[in-house]
Design a protein around this ligand. Sequence first.
Ligand code: NOJ
Length: 532
Amino acid sequence: MEKDFLWWRDGVIYQIYPRSFADSNNDGIGDLQGIISKLDYLADLGVDALWLSPIYPSPDRDFGYDVSDYFDIDPKYGTLADFDQLVSEAHKRNLHIILDLVLNHTSDQSEWFKQSRSSKENPYRDWYLWRSAPKGQQPNNWHSVFGGPGWQYDAATGEYYFHMFVPEQPDLNWRNPQVYQKMMDVFRFWLERGADGFRLDVFNEYFKDAQFRDNPPKLGIRAFDAQVHKYDVSQPEMFTALKDIRTILDSYPERYAVGETFLASTEEAAAYIGPNKLHAGFDFNFLSCPWNPQRFLKVIMKWDSLLAEDAWPNYVLNNHDQRRSASRYGQGENDERLKVAATLLLTLRGTPFLYYGEEIGMRNVPLKRSELQDPVGIRFWPIPVGRDGCRSPMQWNDHKNAGFCETMPWLKVHPDFVIRNVTAQQAEPDSLLHFYKKLLAIRKATPALQKGSFVPLTYEPRRLLAYLRQDAEQTVLVVLNFGKRKVRFAAGPRLRGDWQLLLSNKRSSVPAIKDGWLPLMGNEASIYIRKS
Ligand code: NOJ
């Protein structure tokens, strides 16, 4: 029988960028012992699972997303023993561990790639995508999303290998049965060590066209965008792999996989979720939503309507690749809108994903070009500026380097840490941190907020969003004013009866509904529950 509370469906997932979370050995880089030292903080915050961006050995050409060994922990983060300790300490606190598996490509420093590039006859040759081309030409017209051609010439054997990301991230050949089996072994290895789930990096990129056909052209400014990505992504063989991955996961209790799609429409992303496929996937459209209730509602309705009945939505305002929501929506140091955004995220029908520092409203750190670390920023500055801005060290307190480390951190700390940090917000009852904690506690205590249906009450909203979350026992009303002026919401017959205030950033009791209108203060976020 299915459990009432499924951690990955009914809980909340918190993404940690391990490099920047907590540094236990003072080398300027976060590590596993650092995370262990913060587990009480995370349990107290009220999240249910931690997704760790990659922690495997990596030369960091793409900060962990270039893995040189899938079966170990990078010494800068700790050891396998530290990982085991993390799993057992997390489990003691009811926190689940989700690992980031980057299986589309390895680092060029992986033993497999070193072998592969050494000669055409090497048994590992076919583990990667090698092609030849006449002098001065490329094997086909595929590009790297990080800029330039997708093919890198390798003088040792006079052939090209394909890389969707930087040249130091050669793509694996998933059509090779040994590679395929090895990838399945990676899942088994970490499941055996107690991982509860996986986030699959660009999983729909695993397979490419077997004939390496040219992508058809289309209009676009960058070369990468001036083609339809018909042959270098989302090939149908993916479904067989998903089925096999799912079979492995299902042979362990309550394990989970969430997929990051690459260049996929919402429709395509939705098609990868369900039985025999992934448990969940991302639709990243919140990440580019302007501060407009109608746009948010559209994203929600579209995502929800495209998912199969037994598939479960996710919602995310932040991750390690995008400008932080606090920078997108916050106004200066004002967090009013962030409380509205948090209430939206944590009251939707779908698993909310938080990103470290979101709970204290961390902003993108402003960086000079010379301070950049991200290969994308270094290559394309100033448009785009790269992804470093959202990866700065966690702001724990107002001590040196925000309490992250004593020495020089790998990336600059946001200078607002003197006022914006965990300790300061813990001491301030109205802080964003306390608001997130209350939201998380209410979601956990209210089954209708987890699995209840989502019933929008505003259709083409310009200023506010109102919706119900309902199950057989409970009806919850959420009202969110996106604007700074007072508004009134037409409380139709559905809102008759007695309501109790569960949480509000602006009021302490239920307001009088005069002549059928529910009043809202500027930037109000309130949650009511119908009294039984
Ligand atoms: C998606 C990850 O989120 C991003 O950070 C990374 O650069 C690429 N995949 C390549 O692994």
